[in-house]
Design a protein around this ligand. Structure first.
Ligand code: AHR
Length: 328
């Protein structure tokens, strides 16, 4: 009889956990939809939450910090079970994230890490190593120039930066500025924000082309800005990828297409696919596992016209695989 009772209690516990898990409400405060990367990130995370049968509370901050702060407070009022958060800028989140902590809602940081991360509690952070991405952009360029016999030639570099004050902009600028001096022939002649969008990338590149006599290299802190800049370069009668070497960041499919077409030279990997980290983490938390500010940077590398993807009409087997498997 005692055995039966234990069995019934264990079953009730398992069923109870399962019922609770299926009743989870997961809220996601997203920045906006400024780029292909961002759209892929939203789709990937939201679809995975819904596929679990959990209730998704999604908020698009439309690139405004005040909208995101309001959304986070709404999540608290609604009593959601988990909050996923990525901030449009790096500063100014202390107060509202402390409120999330006070409400004891487990917080998962995605993509961009706020500068107050040391002062708040969070379960885990899954995002890009932006400084390393910036270094890779500069180093790929320096090595590529050497490989085509231009390692000694003084070349003018312009930089399209992301949203000013965003973790991704700060980190990538830092990495680029740190690694550029390793190649003394690379001279940074202009830098300006293109806000991570194609339209602003195009507009800023237009103004660079008007005000700077000779531009040899464009470092665009995301692929959308690089693609916008390609339109500006063509409109100016220049050949993108040849007259101006173009290096982007994110490795979205549209950038692969531009590389294959010979209009872009390289893109640095920064995956938007965090669902495979978020979902198991929430499940583990539901099972009572604890985490202590785990930080994971799931990046891979560089895709370019020299190694991974060949320029022009010839596409290597590796490139075909990479392109086929790319879902964003
Ligand atoms: O924070 C990641 C960056 O934000 C991506 O590089 C960019 O495309 C996005 O908008």
């Amino acid at each position: 009889m005692k055995k039966l009772l234990t069995l019934v209690l264990a079953l009730a516990l398992v069923l109870g956990l399962a019922a609770n898990a299926s009743a989870l409400t997961v809220a996601f405060s997203q920045i906006g939809q400024e780029s292909d990367w961002r759209t892929a990130n939203t789709d990937n995370v939201c679809a995975a939450i819904e596929a679990e049968g959990w209730t998704l509370v999604y908020d698009d901050g439309q690139q405004k910090q005040e909208n995101q702060i309001k959304a986070l407070r709404n999540f608290i009022t609604q009593g959601v079970d988990y909050i996923l958060f990525t901030g449009v800028v790096s500063t100014g989140w202390e107060e509202v994230l402390a409120e999330v902590n006070e409400a004891e809602i487990p917080l998962l940081l995605l993509d961009r890490i706020p500068d107050c991360a040391d002062q708040i509690d969070y379960v885990a952070a899954f995002g890009g190593d932006f400084v390393e991405e910036g270094r890779r952009m500069a180093r790929w360029t320096g090595e590529y120039l050497k490989s085509i016999g231009r390692g000694e030639e003084e070349v003018n570099v312009v930089m399209l930066e992301g949203t000013t004050g965003a973790d991704a902009q700060i980190g990538r600028s830092e990495g680029i500025l740190e690694a550029l001096p390793e190649y003394p022939n690379l001279k940074l002649v202009a830098q300006q924000s293109g806000n991570f969008t194609r339209a602003e990338g195009q507009a800023v590149m237009e103004s660079f082309l008007k005000s700077i006599d000779k531009i040899d290299v464009l470092l665009a802190q995301n692929d959308d800005m690089a693609l916008g800049a390609i339109d500006a370069i063509k409109a100016a009668g220049l050949v993108p990828g040849k007259d101006i070497i173009i290096v982007g960041c994110d490795s979205v499919k549209t950038a692969f297409d531009a590389i294959v077409a010979g209009e872009m030279n390289a893109t640095i990997e920064c995956t938007p696919l965090y669902a495979d980290f978020v979902i198991p983490t929430i499940k583990a938390l539901e099972e009572g596992q604890t985490f202590d500010k785990t930080v994971i940077h799931p990046e891979e590398g560089v895709y370019d016209c020299v190694g991974g993807i060949n320029c022009g009409t010839v596409v290597s087997t590796l490139a075909a695989d990479v392109i086929d498997q790319r879902v964003y």
